[in-house]
Design a protein around this ligand. Structure first.
Ligand code: IDP
Ligand code: MG
Length: 148
């Protein structure tokens, strides 16, 4: 089973879409392994988005992600990284397909509601930025035999 880091960004919280977005991941069959509601520090934001340092949108990205609370979560399941990215939709809302979070609910790349790790390796590093091992919970879903 794979794990991935998902953030519901400040626009998702402010637009009161936390439940809407979370329910899409839950209904898919992904399991919540950890979750917290936090305002990201400058330091955490810079670590999380280190890969984008130097890009034209980097400063806006860091100031946006620290502008208000986010929901940070670890989702677990079969091919969780890819499954989550599919549910999120493409980075640019004008390119993300209807049915995806961004395709249905976002219109602007700078406010595209969600973050999801893009590889297993990055997921491990991103999870470690947000969660201690002790904050992740191991348990079985009651319906696991019906999810596969
Ligand atoms: P992702 O969130 O789909 O993985 P990335 O390329 O990793 O997309 O970019 C991280 C975030 O930076 C995006 O979700 C988006 O909010 C923002 N971003 C990416 N490209 C641009 C851009 O060209 N202009 C403004 N913001 C951008
Ligand atoms: Mg990314």
């Amino acid at each position: 089973m794979e794990r991935t880091l998902v953030l519901i960004k400040p626009d998702g919280v402010q637009r009161q879409l936390v439940g809407e977005i979370l329910s899409r991941f839950e209904r898919k069959g992904l399991k919540i392994a950890g979750m917290k509601f936090i305002k990201m520090s400058q330091d955490l934001a810079e670590r999380h988005y280190a890969v984008h340092k130097g890009k034209s949108f980097y400063n806006d990205l860091v100031s946006f992600i620290t502008s208000g609370p986010v929901v940070a979560m670890v989702l677990e399941g079969r091919m969780a990284v890819k499954q989550t990215r599919n549910l999120m939709g493409a980075t640019r809302p004008e390119e993300s397909t209807p049915g995806s979070v961004r395709g249905d609910l976002a219109i602007f790349t700078g406010q595209n509601l969600v973050h999801g790790s893009d590889s297993d390796e990055n997921a491990r590093a991103e999870i470690a930025n947000f969660f201690n091992e002790g904050e992740l919970v191991s348990y079985e879903l009651a319906n696991k035999d019906w999810i596969g």
